[in-house]
Write a protein that binds this ligand. Sequence first.
Ligand code: CA
Ligand code: CA
Ligand code: CA
Length: 305
Amino acid sequence: MGTQDGFVAERVEPNPFHGFKQASITHLERPMHHSFKSGLHKTIATTAALLATAGVTSFTSVAQAAIVDLTITVHNLAPSNGVVVAPLSVGLGQGVFDGFDLGSAANASIVRAAELGNGGLWRDAFTAADTGAVVGVVGAAPLAAGLSATQTFRVDTSLNNYFSFIAMVVPSNDFFIGNDGAKTYQLFDAGGNLQINSIGQKARDIWDAGSEEFNIANAAFIVGSNALARDEQNSVVARNFAEFAAYNGQSTAYGYTFNSGLAAGTDVYRIDFSAQPVPEPESYALMLAGLAAMATVVRRRSRTA
Ligand SMILES: [Ca+2]
Ligand SMILES: [Ca+2]
Ligand SMILES: [Ca+2]
């Protein structure tokens, strides 16, 4: 079954918008294994404590630049009662996956993300083009103005150095944010250092996928509309934020009356990054071997004492 991070469920339901909230809260990729990680950290602490007890003073850092925990935090900065952004699909790879082009027709993965808020096909296409990629979703529900969401991904700074993203922006028929250039955002330099702290999106950065005609009755996030319905637009990907104002006064799925409030330079969204180095598995193995050796020494000493 496909993921259901979008504005409507994949399966057609009698009333698709009845399932709006339920369909919006699921995201399946959880690359982090927090309990495993914290367990290992406890082991390190225990190991360090035992080595210190045994009189070992030179315990060098095990941190390596290549593997990091990348925390991505997204913020909806739009004016209140304004646009909402679907959970952000992200891809971290070598800058080889290019999802769409300004002035060209959007492919099926972009159409799915832009018309229904579901980035599943986009993430599948990303990993098919870049086998070492890490993909996932930030946020469990469409993000309203003033709110934030965060997610941590374990990445290799040499395989996952470029960042890409896509998310539907509503109310709309087929609007989204995302990067046109596969190599626009190089997060990590050759030394594994994070070199981008933040990516901002203004209203003028929002795309119209050109796949679905403007029609309030077929838009997502509007009460009484059927997002699954669509009129083919047969156009190309283009910048467009002015169309949001056409929804002013409409009732939204979040219970407020929509008011776009957008001008070209209005801040809409921000993606923040922070990176925390983590030890590589080989370092853990070496440490555990060292601990075992030290325990043997301690045991022998206590026996001969
Ligand atoms: Ca492109
Ligand atoms: Ca359109
Ligand atoms: Ca639609």
